[in-house]
Design a protein around this ligand. Sequence first.
Ligand SMILES: [Zn+2]
Length: 88
Amino acid sequence: MHTLALTDRTHCPGCRTASPPPVYRAPLREDPLRAYLLDFYDGRLDVDSLEGDFTLVDCAGCGLLYQVRVPAPSELPGRSTPWHRSST
Ligand SMILES: [Zn+2]
């Protein structure tokens, strides 16, 4: 089971405007997000290791709706992680 490293965006990934207050926030380790993550990752993710909230914000600069808490750069493709699936 994988422990996912997370980081918070401080600015919009589209236009770099500072992140505004959230339009939606819910704890990652509580339902409904806990149930969703357990189902989506099918036991590959240690949901109890996640800290903080799932947070959505609506950018005042460009209107992009984006998630503040995202996987850290160390979790992104290019590394071998449990999220990669073989195509064969
Ligand atoms: Zn923006």
